[in-house]
Design a protein around this ligand. Sequence first.
Ligand SMILES: [Zn+2]
Length: 162
Amino acid sequence: MVATHPTTNEIWSWLDEIADPEIPVLSITDLGIVREVEWDDIANEFRVVITPTYSGCPALDAIADEIRRCMREHNVERFRLTTQLAPPWTTDWMSDRAKQRLQEYGIAPPAHSLIQIEAAHPVCPQCGSSDTKLVSRFGSTPCKALYTCSSCLEPFDAFKPH
Ligand SMILES: [Zn+2]
C-alpha cells in the first residue's frame, strides 16, 4: 500500500504560518524554533523537531499545540513532535527576515554574535541611534531586555541574544 503524504516543503510552508505566541510578527520558522521536518520511511510518519527559544519560555507548549492543530488541519495524522534541547537555540538561528520584522515591530533584533553584543548596544528601532542604555535585563517578556535610547529618549525592547 502506498500512502500519499505532503512533501516536507509543504509542511515547512504551513508551519511558517504559525505565529510565535510572544512575538506575533514572527513565525516559528522565522525564529528557528522548527529545526527539522522529515519523513521517516520506517516509522511511516513525519518527524517534526522543535527547540525552545528560552528554556524558561512557557510558550513552547502553546507552540506544540499549534503545530499539532496545524498538522491535523492538513489531514496529516502520522507525525511525531520531538523537542530537542541540544544544541541550545541561539539568536543566530533567526532568519534575516525575522530580524528585519523585529526591527519594524519596534524590537531591536539581536546582534549576531556574543562578541558584538559586548561591544555594541542594540540600535534604537525608533530613530536608529546606537546611543542606547540597558535599563533592565528583563523587558516585557523574559526573552527581551529593556533599553532606552539616549537620542530620542524612547524605551524599547531588545531581543536578548544568547
Ligand atoms: Zn531613539
